[in-house]
Design a protein around this ligand. Structure first.
Ligand code: URP
Ligand code: ZN
Ligand code: ZN
Length: 443
């Protein structure tokens, strides 16, 4: 790992979640040393200078939700810790798997199947519970009662009776996946998780909020003062579940994930409005890629199609296009939902999620005017399909800096497997726990 000793980003507009200023940024030893106008660090020799004129200088994105190299449904997801961290990073931990080849910083949540009880969640700062079908619902309740840190909760419920009926009717294709998941059930599980968490004064973070009804539950809970956060994903904000009825089986199957994308085409816009208004807090991806051959494990039965899709590389562009370019949110809110809020909720702030003196130099130089067309032909992920294929996005990263090192510039990557650094997260982030502790005290 050889970060340049000294780096100057000149002439850009530095955007944090709370303000934007025209300023240069000076970095030494991977840490921001100065932010201000017309910086002129001495000596000029040995100084790497990046021109950010007419560009935004924003904190590096934090993807709160990925499954890299993830053994799942009889196969393993395509993007590994190298390709996944090269383009984007956080993972739901599987303690047995090696993460030694990460390309940029990463952190983990602990999840039920693989981690607990081997990895005490208090060391990881967050714990992932599931509200799956029937029996496992009970597990969710038990987990939430544990005095762990912020519980992240996923809800995906397929109705087993519907599955039986659909298969008996000969509906074996990906549309059966959408038809067997009822949005009301996602909402009911979200409501239940919120009610239980609130009863025991435990903060809750709901991953991949996919439906209007589930998002409404979170909105209502926040309005009632409950400490709850909702995470839409890039796919849920950019595309919809009508793709499950695509005539091309491979296309339809590539979109299979749980909970499914909503077949209601107005859902992405609805979720983006809530994200803009702070009803939802953070954009993840749930990146869990399987190629067409892997998806074909379920060619005769939709319940066997490995669940998961992409998002890591395109998350920021999709949020800029659908959120900022559309006029729903400003550049500061963009930074809040793509990095700052994640850093605050998962206790990485202000080391991550902010450009300020003393923060890690994880920085993106962002061109808000440039456009690019997303395609599997040109993406850098390991999969042969991209669910955003053909989407024209304003907002293009020009350069990416990881702990002071330029890891991407004008189409060229400069990353090495193994240079990523694990970011440890102390438990009880103040952003989440100030209110929780105070309530405990006064109650
Ligand atoms: O369908 C999904 N969400 N796939 C990712 C793996 C998981 O368990 O979340
Ligand atoms: Zn996930
Ligand atoms: Zn998930």
């Amino acid at each position: 790992w050889a970060a340049p000793q000294r780096l100057l980003i000149k002439g850009g507009r530095v955007v944090n979640d709370d303000q934007s200023v025209e300023a240069d940024v000076y970095v030494e030893e991977g840490v921001v040393q100065e932010v201000g106008p017309n910086l002129n660090p001495k000596p000029p020799s040995g100084l790497t200078v990046l021109d950010a004129t007419n560009k935004l200088v924003i904190p590096g994105g934090i993807d709160t939700h990925t499954h890299l190299q993830f053994p799942f449904m009889g196969t393993t997801s395509k993007d590994d810790f190298y390709t996944g961290t090269k383009v984007g990073v956080c993972d739901h931990i599987c303690p047995s798997s090696s993460k030694g080849n990460c390309a940029v910083s990463w952190f983990s949540h602990c999840n039920k199947q693989s981690g607990y009880p081997k990895v005490p969640a208090c060391y990881l700062g967050s714990f992932k519970g599931f509200a799956c079908c029937q029996k496992q619902m009970v597990l969710l309740q038990l987990e939430l009662y544990l005095p762990y840190n912020t519980c992240t909760c996923k809800v995906y419920l397929a109705d087993k009776e519907s599955i039986k009926k659909l298969l008996a009717m000969g509906i074996t294709g990906p549309e059966g996946h959408a038809l067997s998941h009822n949005e009301d059930v996602e909402a009911e599980a979200t409501h239940r998780a919120i009610a239980i968490a609130n009863t025991v004064n435990c903060p809750l973070y709901v991953v991949h909020v996919m439906s209007k009804s589930s998002a409404r539950m979170i909105t209502n809970a926040r309005n009632e003062g409950k400490v709850v956060y909702g995470e839409p994903i890039a796919a849920g904000l950019g595309i919809d579940g009508t793709n499950y009825w695509n005539e091309d089986w491979a296309h339809a199957a590539a979109h299979v994930m749980s909970p499914p994308l909503s077949p209601d085409p107005s859902t992405p816009d609805f979720l983006m409005n809530l994200l803009a208004n702070d009803d939802l807090s953070v954009v993840g991806t749930d990146n869990c890629t399987f190629d067409t051959c892997q998806k074909a494990l379920g060619k005769d039965d939709f319940t066997k199609i490995p669940n998961g899709l992409n998002g890591l590389e395109d998350r920021m562009s999709v949020v800029w296009e659908k959120g900022v370019y559309s006029g729903k949110m400003d550049e500061n809110r963009f930074v809040a939902v793509t990095s700052t809020n994640a850093a605050k909720i998962f206790n990485l702030y202000p080391k991550k999620g902010r450009i300020a003196v003393g923060s890690d130099a994880d920085i993106v130089i962002w061109d808000p005017e440039a456009t690019r067309t997303i395609s599997a032909k040109t993406h850098h992920q390991a999969n042969n399909f991209n669910v955003f294929e053909g989407m024209v996005c304003h907002g293009v990263p020009v350069a990416t800096i990881s702990r002071g090192k330029v890891v991407y510039h004008d189409g060229v990557f400069n990353v090495t497997a193994g240079q990523g650094k694990y970011v440890s997260r102390p438990p009880f982030p103040p952003y989440v726990y100030e209110r929780v502790k105070q309530r405990e005290e006064v109650n």
